[in-house]
Design a protein around this ligand. Sequence first.
Ligand code: DAK
Length: 257
Amino acid sequence: MTYTTVLTETRERVGIVTLNRPQAMNAFNATMLGELFDAMEAFDKDENIGALVVTGNEKAFAAGADIKEMADATPFQMITEARVDVWDRIRGIKKPVIAAVSGWALGGGCEFVLSCDMVIASESAKFGQPEITIGIIPGAGGTQRLARLIGKNLTMEMVINNRTLSAAEALQFGLANRVVPVEGYLDAAVAFAEEIASRAPMAVRMAKDAVNAAFETTLTEGLKAEKRNFYPLFSTEDQKEGMQAFIEKRKPNWKGK
Ligand code: DAK
C-alpha cells in the first residue's frame, strides 16, 4: 500500500507508522487520518506483527486536527463527514499501540496519544488541549480520557486554560510510561514495543481488552470481563507451553494459538 501522509516500516515484530506532514506540524487532515488508521489496521491484521508504534517527528508528534481544513465547517459537516467518525477506528485495534511522542502533541494529537495503550515520551514532548484558544473544546475524547487518566482538576486547567504538560509532568501524572532522551526516542519506543511483541499474542490481546474494560464499566462488570478473558486462555497452546516452559526452566516458544 502506498501512502502520501504516513510512512510505514516493520522492525522485527513491530509495525511503525510515522505521521508525515512536517510542513503542517503533522496536523491531521482527512487524508492523513484515513491513512493512519488504514496502516494501523493493516498491521493489526498481520500475524507477523505483535505491537504497533505510532510516531511523528522530533518537533511535532501532531499539532491536532487541521485547523485550515475545518475552519469553515458547519455543525452538520462536522457530524456527518467521515473525518469525524474515523477517530474511533483506534478503538478497534486489538494489538498494543505505543505512541512515541516528541515535541508537540496538541488537541487531536494529544487525544490520539490518549487513545493509545502506552506512551514513550522524549524529553521535549509537550502535551496540551489548546482548543479553547480557537473557540472550541476537545472533540476526540480529550475531556473524558484525560479526566480518567490525570484527574479532574488538572484536566480542567488543560482544557479550559490551555495548560500544557511537559514530558516530566506527563510521567508524573501517568500520561507517559517512560521519558527518554530526544536522540534515539523512536528506537527506545521500538525496543519497548519489541519486548511486548515477544509475549504470548493471545494473552496480550486478552490483557489489553480486559484493562480497557476498566474504563468502560463498573468494577463488578469489569471483573466479569476479566474472567471472560482469563478462562479461554487455558484452551490455547501458548498457555500449556508457557507453564511447561516455566516448569522446565526454559524460555517459552510462543505459537500465537
Ligand atoms: N492545523 C493546520 N496547520 C497547522 C496546525 C494545525 N493544527 N498546527 C500547525 N500548523 C501549520 C502552521 O499553520 C504553519 O503553517 P504555515 O504558516 O507555515 O503554512 C506550520 O504548521 C508551522 O506552524 P507554526 O509556524 O505555528 O510553528 P511554531 O513552531 O511557531 O508553533 C505550534 C508550533 C504547534 C505550537 C503551533 O503551530 C500551534 O499552536 N498549532 C495549533 C495547535 C492547535 O490549536 N491544535 C488544536 C487544533 S483543534 C473531533 C476530533 C478531533 C478534533 C476535534 C473534533 N471529533 C471527532 C468531533 C480535534 C481538534 C483539534 O485538534
